[in-house]
Design a protein around this ligand. Structure first.
Ligand code: ADP
Ligand code: GN1
Ligand code: MG
Length: 363
């Protein structure tokens, strides 16, 4: 492991480092919570080892993140919010760089959002709705951000058909770890839905859906809640903010937060869509971002929830077949378990698609 204290010393942080520990449950970066003492006062920071296997150009990624947060700060101020708590504050290195290179690794530091916490699961639709307000507002605040100025940090990130043809099928074909035999049913299920994979990307190409500046990774633990009031205050994990579809942002929140079980639940019988949570999120998201959406966007919110669930099932299964090189895993079949859970959820959404569409129409 790198010398974390030595790395922290390179950043322009006031005071003295008291302690640091690994933090959070993200699948991509390695995150540390760091406590400093500054004139007797305790101040918390986040230090992150950014995954250079997933993000190939960290300079471009950090350019994006600085540009997006400065735009958000302006919007938050204009709307009477508190820019100190409602967006991320990155801290440059003492030599003025946006991040620190250590060999082939990259580290960045930012302020811990004061008096906040994140949830992997919430126990009420009302709380889930609060995350929808935060993501909906995020979408609205970025609606006039110059999309062409953003670097594409991961090409084809939510291009479902591209993922299928260029990643999933080759992984099945090569089967380098000889694991395809363990997941024939899952492979077949994904193949059986392939005609749906280009539905939304075709609509972008023929102009039926607008390309927007979107977050692209809207799971519940990417928004910080106020420790006391439980209001959702700050959208985090901005590495994949890119031109994309508002539909995938909506759908990914549903996939993760409106499910009756964890993303990696082993008992797939427990994995269902919770329509109360779905309704709560739809209500919140549409109340914040609804006016800026087109009819064709609103019409496809329910379908997109299923599509992104299938897409992630495919990404987890691809990683399983490739030998677990992309997502962090806790045990050897973790990606397979995740893929099975996502497929179970997608099938349950298929069953309830009419009800989901009805709920969207209602709001
Ligand atoms: P990953 O890309 O690995 O998901 P994230 O940026 O989402 O990394 O960070 C992982 C976790 O660390 C988050 O889910 C959250 O709990 C915590 N975290 C990240 N940034 C902050 C912050 N500024 N303030 C408080 N907690 C944070
Ligand atoms: C990853 O970084 P994190 O854990 O917030 C992934 C998302 C997946 C998600 C599934 C850059 O998100 O695309 O939907 O895991 N992020 C990246 O939990 O690939
Ligand atoms: Mg995250």
């Amino acid at each position: 492991m790198d010398n974390i204290r030595g790395i922290l010393e390179k950043f322009d942080i006031k005071g003295e480092c008291k302690e640091y520990k690994v933090f959070g449950s993200g699948h991509i970066n390695t995150t540390y919570i760091v406590t400093y003492s500054d004139g007797g006062e305790e101040v918390k920071y986040i230090l992150q080892n950014v995954n250079t296997n997933v993000f190939s150009n960290i300079d471009e990624l950090m350019e994006n993140v600085f540009a997006v947060t400065s735009h958000l700060r302006k919007k938050i101020r204009e709307n009477g919010g508190d820019p100190e708590r409602e967006t991320l504050h990155y801290i440059k290195t003492k030599s003025g760089e946006k991040y620190l290179r250590v060999g082939d690794k990259a580290y960045r530091a930012y302020r811990f959002v004061d008096k906040s916490k994140s949830y992997d699961r919430v126990d009420s639709p009302e709380l889930f709705k609060k995350s929808a307000l935060a993501f909906g507002r995020f979408q609205r605040y970025l609606s006039d951000f110059p999309a062409e100025s953003l670097y594409v940090t991961i090409p084809n990130f939510h291009n479902t058909i591209w993922r299928y043809e260029n990643e999933f099928l080759p992984a099945v074909m090569k089967d380098i770890k000889n694991r395809a035999k363990n997941c024939q049913a899952e492979i077949e299920l994904i193949n059986s839905r392939k005609n749906e994979f280009s539905y939304l990307t075709d609509m972008i190409e023929n102009g039926a859906l607008p390309l927007r500046v979107t977050h692209n990774d809207t799971k519940l633990n990417n928004v910080m809640f106020d420790e006391e009031t439980d209001e959702a205050i700050c959208v985090i994990d901005l590495d994949t903010v890119m031109p994309g579809l508002s539909l995938y942002d909506f759908g990914d929140s549903i996939r993760f937060g409106a499910c009756t079980a964890a993303e990696d639940e082993k008992d797939t019988d427990k994995v269902k869509i919770d329509l109360d949570y779905f309704a709560a999120y739809a209500n919140g998201f549409l109340s914040e971002a609804g006016d800026s959406l087109t009819d064709s966007e609103r019409d496809n919110l329910a379908f997109a929830s299923k599509l992104i669930t299938l897409e992630l099932a495919m990404r987890f299964l691809t990683d399983y077949l490739n030998g677990d090189t992309y997502f962090k895993t806790d045990y050897s079949k973790h990606n397979l378990v995740r893929a099975k859970a996502q497929l179970a959820l997608a099938l349950d959404m298929e069953k309830h698609m009419n009800e989901m569409e009805e709920i969207i129409r209602h709001y």
